[in-house]
Design a protein around this ligand. Sequence first.
Ligand SMILES: [Zn+2]
Length: 280
Amino acid sequence: MSNIYSEVITKVKEADGIVIGASNGLSISEGIHIFAENKDFIENFGDFREKYGFRSIIQGCFYPFPSEEEKWAFFSRMYDYFLYTGEASSVMKNLYKLVEDKDFFVVTSNIDDHFRQAGFPENRLFEIEGNCRNLQCINGCHDKIYSGDNVLSEMARKQENGKVPSDLVPECPECGGPMQVHLEVDRNFLKGEAWQASFKAYQDFIDKNQGKKLVLLELGVGARNQLIKAPFMDITNAEKNATYITLNKGELYIPEEIAAKSIGINGDTAEVLQQLVQLK
Ligand SMILES: [Zn+2]
């Protein structure tokens, strides 16, 4: 195992650019599983489970709550749950240490905002499906994304019996209508100026590394993922100096065409990152 780790560290050190692609498996390695009805879910969201019958955080994100007060009780609780310690996990800190002195970019479908929490700057981050802390008009009457930190933390603190106080319910500053968290849970999700700018920054990063030593570091992305994995494999295939590094527990997939340019590590992401940082 240690040879493969040294190989990864060599590739990271030599890289002109590193693009990190991360999905649900990375969050799971931090102990956050949005698809699971586990002990953590029951402890933190058990009252919602009782009342509405949904069995995971992700089901809660799609649930048609009967009122704004009840909807915001859930979304502010989720915000609080994802970000409550106020400090990044050791997994995210190690990931940051691994790339901090390199030119890097992050593309992720994770909604927990843990990259920013760990120090990854916003202008090097493309959160494809939004995140738990930003708000938008539910009607998309205008294109602005708002920081929800203050109102979400206040609603998380002040909720009672599954409802937030009515005077805290956010309203669109333009049309006065309801707001929602900027998450891709429905067709209202704004892919306007802010989203497009992040998408372009991602594309620009790939473009500027054409022909260079680009490392595509993929963490916890499922074998059939089309948002992150498929483009990563295409780029690796097209770029002769690219290296595809995939970390996944139990679900490694490297197609034959790019096998010579790829390194796969089947192991616990938290432990692998710890080992890599120690070797660096
Ligand atoms: Zn509006």
